[in-house]
Design a protein around this ligand. Structure first.
Ligand SMILES: Nc1ncnc2c1ncn2[C@@H]1O[C@H](COP(=O)(O)OP(=O)(O)O)[C@@H](O)[C@H]1O
Ligand SMILES: [Mg+2]
Length: 315
């Protein structure tokens, strides 16, 4: 809704993990480099752990798109809260393996093995990435280990990358899957952004979204975003987006510390009318006298219904 107002080509702070916005801050770049090196070493398991909103899904997508598809075949399992057999089916589907309807686990593993050997024969490596890996049931983790047992004399036929919240570490500590834990040969930790990284992160996303004007978030505003978000990218996005809405709601061209405070209050408040929404409504009402009403109706409807144009979620 504020795109034209700020001269943007797209919304800069959506919460979808879009790789075109990837910002290579220290912890992300390090994790990406580690994965790209590790995947060439042919070890079985790799692990990336990070708190909610630190960018695991984005890193996973970035990692997969960074792999040369002449050399790697990738499979992405976004939600592996699955029974062992269902997970094997999901892997087979992702890899494009055809199977008959009533196949059993043994037959399916054989088919996958065949596929892996053929792919190996073509000089390619197979990488399976599992997001939200903290939710994988223990028995399913065990079946992943069986899958990764498939190997040639020289190296593993399949490599598995687990992306998960810190609970993943707890899960891997479970004695019943200690063998899998021993197989994790590379582990990376995603940390939140530092204050200066938040500063670069915000201007990077704005630039990618097409912003070319003077500084939109003064230092003090960024500082407040940093404090409220603790450097967690998803929270930075939510606060920056709402601050821009608040500024837009006043017809301003800079998102000041006050706008950020409104955004923070709006995000933290769990009840009552949203301040940001109220400001925008006031602004739109003022505009109505100057602009044909019909052209503003869809926008007003969005604000009233509380639907955020960026997330489809609540503003
Ligand atoms: N390094 C980064 N560069 C650009 N955007 C990022 C980065 N890290 C996280 N984000 C953004 O933060 C939001 C949350 O990231 P996501 O990958 O969904 O987090 P997680 O999967 O860890 O919960 C997304 O909008 C994502 O684009
Ligand atoms: Mg995620």
């Amino acid at each position: 809704m504020y795109k034209t107002h700020f001269g943007l080509q797209e919304l800069p702070f959506t919460i979808t993990p879009d790789t075109s916005f990837f910002f290579a801050h220290s912890s992300h770049q390090e994790a990406l480099n580690t994965l790209l090196v590790a995947v060439r070493s042919g070890e079985g398991f790799m692990k990336v752990v990070g708190e909610v909103g630190t960018g695991k899904t984005l890193l996973c997508r970035k990692f997969m798109s960074a792999l040369d598809h002449r050399e790697f075949v990738t499979a992405f399992i976004p939600n592996p809260y699955l029974q062992p057999m269902t997970l094997l089916f999901a892997c087979a589907d992702e890899l494009g393996i055809k199977y008959q309807q009533h196949i059993n686990q043994h037959q399916l593993l054989k088919l996958i093995n065949r596929y892996l050997i053929d792919t190996y024969g073509e000089g390619k490596r197979v990488v399976v990435c599992l997001d939200e890996a903290q939710a994988i049931p223990i028995e399913t983790l065990e079946s992943l280990r069986l899958l990764s047992n498939l190997e040639t004399e020289r190296r593993k036929l399949i490599q598995v990358v687990l992306f998960g919240q810190p609970e993943l570490n707890v899960r891997l500590d479970n004695p019943s899957i200690r063998q899998l834990k021993q197989r994790v040969s590379f582990a990376c930790q995603l940390s939140p952004l530092s204050m200066s990284e938040v500063e670069f992160y915000i201007s990077h996303r704005l630039a990618v979204a097409g912003y070319r004007g003077p500084r939109l978030f003064p230092h003090k505003a960024v500082k407040r975003i940093y404090r409220a978000s603790q450097g967690i990218p998803r929270l930075v996005n939510i606060l920056a987006h709402k601050s821009l809405m608040a500024a837009f709601g006043e017809g301003a061209h800079v998102a000041t510390e006050r706008h950020v405070r409104m955004a923070v209050a709006d995000t933290e408040s769990t009840q009552g009318a949203s301040m940001v929404k109220a400001t925008i409504l006031k602004y739109l009402t003022a505009l109505v006298s100057a602009v044909p009403v019909v052209s503003l109706l869809p926008l007003a409807a969005l604000v009233i219904s509380g639907v955020s144009p960026m997330t489809g979620g609540s503003v």
